[in-house]
Design a protein around this ligand. Structure first.
Ligand code: DAK
Length: 186
């Protein structure tokens, strides 16, 4: 069966790898359901002390799946609580959840990492909220969690310009906690 999320245990760490590489790990319902299940399973496992969410070398996640969203009406999204229901799952996990970011973490991908407790990024990372380029606002926590982390001024720049930022620049404002060499995240 095709899995959009892969899991692995190393020592006391539960690794969760987003696995839609051809779509740059664009977030859809299946992936978000599997992410929620994986987080809950590790949270319930006494042998696991913390979890690390990661993606591919090219992308942590390039945002919500634009193709899937294009077909949805407002009513579909509202009634189905599209994506939102499982995004919040990260915040309900009692053990520390760490994001390890290589490549793109854009839009919903950026909001996913903002929902974690600690954020590591390697020097290939490009992090940002490009929603305004699509004529929408960040829909899942970007307008709330980002200003809490980096302050209103910098968050306003991120949100209104839609630019993506290198790991060093994200570190300077406090959007991530550490920058590492790419090999450190493999
Ligand atoms: N969705 C679907 N497919 C995507 C994708 C995405 N977000 N991003 C990339 N892909 C696909 C591309 O279509 C392409 O597929 P093929 O053409 O090969 O079939 C493949 O991934 C490789 O992408 P590229 O060929 O474009 O790769 P490049 O290296 O040239 O460019 C890129 C990489 C990341 C710069 C580019 O792919 C890009 O700009 N992607 C879109 C970034 C973006 O705009 N993301 C979405 C932001 S909006 C909500 C909550 C949250 C949200 C919505 C609702 N509710 C609570 C209701 C969140 C919204 C967002 O995230």
């Amino acid at each position: 069966m095709n899995r959009d999320v892969l899991t692995e245990v190393r020592g006391q760490i539960g690794f969760i790898t987003l696995n839609r590489p051809k779509q740059l790990n664009a977030l859809n319902d299946q992936l978000m359901n599997e992410l929620g299940e994986a987080l809950k399973a590790f949270d319930a496992d006494e042998k696991i002390g913390c979890m690390i969410i990661t993606g591919s070398e090219k992308a942590f996640a390039a945002g919500a799946d634009i193709g899937a969203m294009a077909k949805y009406s407002f009513a579909d999204v509202y009634k189905g609580d599209y994506i939102g229901r499982n995004w919040e799952q990260i915040r309900s996990i009692r053990k520390p959840v760490i994001a390890a970011v290589s490549g793109f973490a854009l839009g919903g991908g950026c909001e996913t990492i903002l929902s974690t407790d600690f954020r590591l990024a390697d020097t290939t990372a490009r992090i940002g909220l490009p929603e305004t380029k699509l004529g929408i606002m960040p829909g899942f926590g970007g307008t709330v969690r980002l200003p809490r982390l980096i302050g209103a001024d910098d968050a306003l720049e991120w949100i209104t310009t839609g630019k993506d930022y290198r790991a060093d620049d994200a570190l300077k404002v406090g959007a991530i906690d550490a920058v590492v060499a790419p090999a450190a995240l493999q």
